[in-house]
Write a protein that binds this ligand. Structure first.
Ligand SMILES: Cc1cc2nc3c(=O)[nH]c(=O)nc-3n(C[C@H](O)[C@H](O)[C@H](O)COP(=O)(O)O)c2cc1C
Length: 152
């Protein structure tokens, strides 16, 4: 299975989550690529079976501006058959905690992705054992889900 982890991170927290996901996937049979979403063409997603898309939340529950172009390009694509999972970092102090994660999941769903029901939302950087385990379990669950779907 080919997996892709794409993220945007202003101060490194979402990148830290991405790295944990990557480390878990590297223990599996997956081929893994990881890139910043503002540095890739959206069409490159078509090469993957499973995509992890992550972002911090900006404004009032909004997507960060760096991914606006990426999601605009996504509108031109049919991502039918691609398994996707969304994650991100936010802060509980804001009314819409990790709102961008829900926005991304809805957009990927609209484009035809099969989106994993659970969304990984972490406050700031995953530093506690509990947060790290949550990220690891999420990555493993998504991998197993995508693998089972591929075989079915
Ligand atoms: C102007 C501004 C607006 C923000 N709005 C939200 C928000 O609506 N919801 C949320 O959960 N976090 C919000 N945050 C917090 C960031 O998402 C949070 O600090 C996150 O950990 C940054 O991740 P990064 O290190 O990957 O950039 C906001 C931060 C700033 C500076």
């Amino acid at each position: 299975m080919k997996a892709f982890i794409g993220y945007v991170s202003m101060s490194g927290n979402t990148e830290d989550i991405s790295n944990i996901i990557k480390d878990v996937l590297l223990t599996t049979e997956c081929e893994v690529d990881m890139e910043c979403l503002d540095e890739i063409e959206a069409a490159s997603l078509l090469a993957y079976d499973c995509i992890f898309i992550g972002a911090y939340t900006w404004g009032d529950g909004d997507l960060p501006y760096e991914v606006e172009d990426f999601f605009e390009e996504l509108n031109e694509l049919d991502l039918d058959g691609i398994h996707a999972a969304c994650f991100g970092s936010g802060e509980y102090a804001y009314p819409k905690f990790c709102g961008a994660v829900d926005v991304m999941a809805d957009l990927l769903n609209e484009r035809g992705c099969d989106v994993f029901a659970e969304r990984l939302k972490i406050e700031l950087s995953p530093e506690s054992d509990e947060q790290i385990i949550e990220c690891q379990q999420f990555a493993k669950a998504v991998y197993e889900w995508a693998l089972a779907k591929q075989g079915s």
